[in-house]
Design a protein around this ligand. Structure first.
Ligand code: 9MR
Length: 345
């Protein structure tokens, strides 16, 4: 080979190497996802980062029932459409989040025009219309939906969360939601999604619920493990135990909301500390090690896990606040040591 050709080849390879993002590094294992707010897709630098690193997107808030469907017949599509259109234009797949949740829900569904509670049959008519309208609009771009989010409790005797949904319908709302979703789009992969999913008690309760539903013909295809973790927990043993429990039960596992905060808190609850911890070298090292351990364990279950999604693009827009330092990119969009460890540099 001529010297000039060789140089050109080396240059092309170097360029290609630079363009490798998380989605390329983990191509054989799973899709790499990120949750976005509408500002992320308006900012050119953030757009570039998304295109380079990720091949799956979730709306952080824009597709939840509350923001999307705030009152009967009123639909606010603008923010969800903006993110969906960015994905359509860039050939990025989407996970839908979420159709039923006790939080950010369309609470009007529970009441009639005079403010009196409706019966569960009326509620189901409204829920079905909601689920089918949203799923039909994004059928072309969404391949998986978090159909029911966080229906299990964090403690106490009742495995189920004592939400308005549960008070009106018992656990039947879970079955109905999955049935409505399957009818709307038989090709979408349907998930039950929850946090503290490695906790011994809660993981057992999630398992039992999904087992019972599936035995009754409810179309739950997958379990979404939210993955709101910290630098100490879960341990590899705890994560492995949860994956080993869920893997034989369902066709798909997605890690749906991954972040690793630098204090001892974890989970998806809205009460948390935004103080985090100072990012000393030793804390940074723990953050890097934890991401490395998590990804090694995800790869061990690579046959079952087909998508790993980070909850937010960079520390500056994390729901946890930048002082929890939870993500792979800092608020200036710069990769952190954990990023380099994952991509092997
Ligand atoms: O990141 C979301 C935040 O912006 C919202 O204020 C919050 C409101 O409930 O919801 C956050 O996302 C949650 C997700 O939808 C479900 N799992 C827990 C997440 C963190 O609370």
């Amino acid at each position: 080979m001529k010297k000039g050709t060789l140089l050109l080849l080396m240059f092309a390879l170097a360029l290609q190497g630079q363009a490798q993002g998380l989605k390329d590094v983990f191509k054989k294992d799973f899709l790499m996802g990120v949750s976005l707010n509408p500002r992320n897709v308006r900012n050119a630098a953030e757009q570039d980062l998304i295109r380079k690193e990720f091949n799956s997107v979730t709306c952080e808030n824009a597709m939840k029932p509350g923001p999307l469907h705030p009152s009967p017949g009123v639909w606010k599509w603008e923010e969800a459409d903006r993110i969906a259109n960015f994905c359509r234009e860039n050939g990025i797949k989407m996970r839908g989040h979420c159709l039923v949740w006790h939080n950010q829900f369309a609470d009007w569904m529970f009441y009639d025009e005079s403010g009196n509670p409706v019966d569960k049959e009326t509620f189901y008519v409204r829920l079905k219309d909601h689920i089918q309208t949203v799923m039909n609009r994004y059928k072309d771009v969404i391949y998986a939906w978090d159909v029911v989010n966080e229906a299990m409790s964090d403690g106490g005797d009742n495995p189920y969360r004592n939400s308005k949904l549960y008070q009106l319908c018992g656990d039947e709302f879970i079955a109905k939601a999955f049935q409505f979703a399957r009818e709307a789009d038989p090709n979408a992969i349907l998930f039950y999604n929850d946090y503290n999913e490695c906790d011994r008690r809660k993981s057992r309760n999630i398992y039992n619920m999904v087992l019972k539903m599936r035995a009754n013909g409810v179309p739950i295809d997958g379990i979404g493990m939210q993955g709101h973790y910290n630098i100490y927990k879960p341990t590899v043993e705890e994560l492995d135990a949860a994956l080993a429990l869920y893997a034989p039960l369902v066709e798909h596992i997605h890690v749906t909301e991954l972040d690793v905060r630098v204090n001892q808190e974890m989970g998806g609850q809205l009460r948390f500390s935004t103080d985090g911890a100072a990012l000393s070298d030793s804390i940074q090292a723990l953050h890097t090690q934890q991401y490395e351990r998590l990804f090694k364990t995800f790869q061990k279950y690579g046959d079952k896990i087909d998508c790993v999604t980070f909850w937010n693009l960079h520390d500056g827009c994390s729901w946890l606040g930048e002082r929890n330092h939870p993500l792979l990119f800092d608020k200036n969009l710069q990769p952190k040591p954990a990023y380099y460890r994952l991509v092997g540099k």
